[in-house]
Write a protein that binds this ligand. Sequence first.
Ligand code: ZN
Length: 469
Amino acid sequence: MLRLYNTMSRSVEDFEPYQGKDVGLYTCGPTVYNYAHLGNLRTYIFQDVLKRTLLLCGYKVNHVMNVTDVGHLVSDADEGEDKMELGAAREGKTVWDIAEFYFEAFKRDMVRLNLLPPDIWCKATDHVQDQIDMVAALEAKGFTYTLEDGVYFDTSKLADYGKLARLDISGLRAGARIVVVEGKRNHTDFALWKFSPTDKKRLMEWDSPWGMGFPGWHVECSAMSLKYLGAKLDIHCGGVDHIAVHHTNEIAQTESVIGADWVKYWMHAEFLTLNSAGEDDDRRMSKSAGNFLRMDTLVERGFDPLVYRYFCLSGHYRQQLAFSWDAIQAAAKGYDRLKTRAMELRKQADLDATISEKHMAAFRKAVEDDLNMPRALAAAWGMLKDSELPDARQYATLVAMDRVLGFDFENMQAAGQEPLEQEIMDLIEQRNAARSAKDFGKSDEIRDRLAEMGIELKDTAGGTTWKKK
Ligand SMILES: [Zn+2]
């Protein structure tokens, strides 16, 4: 039985989707004005493990991920500069080029981390009409009011506003927080549609019943999720930083439109921190801070991207994970050991080998317990250390576990290994050609060269085989 932590109830619950074995999964996607940082990628790895676990458990997953390519403002509070336009100005490109470039970069990161692609990618800029329709529906139901700079959602119209974050609304209202937008009725009200400034033309803007402008950030997820996954959504994911504002406002908009509860399970990944866990939130890895670590930072230092996947699996997604180069180094060691063993076992692969039910059960128990990947990894290691289990069965079991671990050992073009294998195969082919041409001088020369590389050849009736000495 799969059990998952639901942020809404603050408890681990049995997972039961709305409809049998069908699961609708919405994951808040990248904001494509810059590279994803390692903290963002941790969240996507968590979502990938979730999706793989659902598949392992026999669910059919319909996964939708949005791409935030509309310019949004630097802060959650509807003020500050536009992120996309900042990116364009910084790099001297158009906003559309910026969005395309960073979306491609994000997809590259996904491939490097073996993240399963969503069934549907949806770009906010391709769905502006859907967003306008949603704002119009909210307006028709009396949830909106218009100020000089935009159309706002009146959060006081909703009795349970803030239920996901368990916001202390009266505290927020009474508190001496700065009201950043003149005329906002409540501190928690947020923009549904922002007007373009009258004194300058925005690079991205659309016409709407309320005037030229652009949709508020939260609207895109509500509109696109409803469009592709319907009003009964099983799982909605994001980072914990989405709880208080973005997801809270998505809930307000969507439930006001559909007039019912919307998402069954809300799931959130904790922060990657740059210091030891427990440091204050300012240390969390944040993109707006400007200086951040991304996948290329690891690759430039010689780490396989999957080391980062291994590193993330070594911590539970609901706990903060402290990033340090020492920790990455340790993860690299663990991952290399696992990969080396997997590659050794792969040579013993046997399609008839059965998996070890005992070890697989321990693994499944761990992943089904709210995606406990540290325990799942330990179960994989326990299996690999079971000397009673023959290599071929170890490999078959590892491949089964790898459906969730996501290293794809089965198809891995092992870095540093595969080119070598290719080189060996090429040399063997050249040697065979030399032998059939009766050029034994050349054939011996190639054999010696392979011997220097630590490769021993064996000529059999079926051809030449090789092994490492
Ligand atoms: Zn979202």
